[in-house]
Design a protein around this ligand. Sequence first.
Ligand code: HMG
Length: 309
Amino acid sequence: SPKEIVRIVEVGPRDGLQNEKAVIPPATKIELVNRLARAGSNIIEAGSFVSPKWVPQMAGTFEVMSKVEKTPGVIHQVLVPNMKGLEGVFSLHETHKGPRPVDEIAIFTAATDAFAKANTNCTVTESLARLAPVTRAALDRGLKVRGYVSVVITCPYSGKVDYKRVRDITRELFEMGCYEVSLGDTVGTGNPTSVGEMLETVMKTSLVDKLAAGDIFFHDTFGMGVANAMKAVEMGVRTLDSSVAGLGGCPYSPGATGNVATEDILYALQDTRFTAAGDLDALVDVGFWISEQLRRNNESRVAKAIRAR
Ligand code: HMG
């Protein structure tokens, strides 16, 4: 029987790069996005239109998006925190010749007020109120909207998270118009048991179908990323977020390491009843290329094992 598709959202160019200290030239970012698409990644989060005072590394996203190659079948997504960010996307589209560079926006909130304040300078309730008109305006212009909830297992500031809060916020994001909600274990403390409990709670909404097509997002701080992702797939989640070479780390989540590596997820899905876009060997090459550009270690265990053969 035909294999079932697991969608992979490649977040390396955004979540992966946002925390790097040294300024990365736009040309390197553009090349990363283009190389990922050539390696078969078909959903790529390419940057963010956030305040450059808060995340200086993402300041060049306008330029990056205006120069990224548009390949049919590849979805490019950017992160947007407020109306000003969305206006940045609109002005890019107004001045750009050729196909629209941005296909989707992603909006983000958190499961705790402490994290929302550290990341976006407002409470969760305030952030949802801020994001509702952003979502409406994006949908009106034909941009799909994806939602993120950060710190769904543990918050670096307020500890263990109430999964019912995750459930309620997720439901609000769906009601707002998000087609998918990504649940972020931002600190990476989750294990298959806690992730299973969290998902079970979140799935107890009237929107189980949408969430099953939904998404989960793992940081690999404790090395549980792959196990957690496979647990989520087992429970019906069909979209996973990951970063080539395990790039990443949220600037407002101290101590969190990178994301689960895309190469590791692809390897884990081999020989299962699932299939995912992306050529593993080609992505291994992209991962080593960007690690060299950034002068950092490649954090994908699978990439290192394949190279060592
Ligand atoms: P604020 O300081 O309250 O906002 O920040 P403000 O309205 O007072 O604006 C401050 C300055 O920023 C002003 O400039 C604005 O114009 C400018 P000034 O007048 O002082 O010269 N500004 C902007 N510039 C460009 N684009 C914009 C924009 N907005 C304001 N969109 C704000 C509030 C939300 C803007 C800020 O907190 C922010 O940008 N936060 C983003 C933080 C961020 O990007 N974090 C990382 C992404 S989230 C993440 O990694 C988690 C995730 O991966 C899932 C997971 O792993 O959990 C998604």
